[in-house]
Design a protein around this ligand. Sequence first.
Ligand code: G3H
Ligand code: ZN
Length: 286
Amino acid sequence: KFVPMDEMLNAAKNGGYAIGHFNTNNMEWTKAILTASQQDLSPLIMSVSEGAAKYMGGFRTATALIEAMMEDLQITIPVALHLDHGSYEGGIKALEAGFSSIMFDGSHLPFEENMKRTAELVELTRKKGASLEAEVGAIGGEEDGMASAGEIASPEECKQIAALGITALAAGIGNIHGIYPANWKGLNFDALAAIKAVADILLVLHGGSGIPEDQVKKAISLGVSKVNVNTEFQVVFAKATRKYIEAGKDLEGKGFDPRKLLKPGYEAIVQEVHAKIALFGSANKA
Ligand code: G3H
Ligand code: ZN
């Protein structure tokens, strides 16, 4: 049912556009992401972090929810079910639960250890017909509660890890997770070019929330084929929900019904997904 990322990312790279990796947390997020992507006929990377899977009940709950909803909503676009920033053990569990793609984030490990673990997961994902994303050079900001400054990935390390046979690579080029600070210097396009020059690999841009649109477009034109977005959906959901509550709508009639209370947030995510698909250029590519 779910597909690996290879085909959609290769088509994106060749076509000069990128596929959105959108993080889900629950039923509303899942429905908004599936609905907007289907309306735009855009291939989709539906992503679940280990934290989000735990929040939902576990990997199997996540798989079952997304799979069943795809059937009920008659989703026809290709969807990769992807583990975001996975641990080694989490990656194995996600594959067992039916994920078609995993990211192993060994960026906090010594490089040799990251290589060793990534190589093992190359074997396992191959056997399962799943795709694998690796990371070198920590991406700044917050990754599962751990704050860190952004690092520029070493092209030599990118080359070595790419040669293991991974599907895609997340390499730090000044991008950070969460809200960008006012003094952020922007993406380092020289670093991106240096990585691209030596590593023959599909490239992923993490921390896709809040990067100025011209920089996102430039990164895509330089070969980025997957852009990860999480925080922006959380922000638009929270804002829309706040507006509803501050207007006192939950106190009118049956406004406290969760199907009404969560609707503005849901609709805000739908709009945001449409905006990202338009920016990345992946509409009508499914
Ligand atoms: O892996 C997920 C992304 O890198 C999301 O980053 O929350 O800054 O959009 P973001
Ligand atoms: Zn990330």
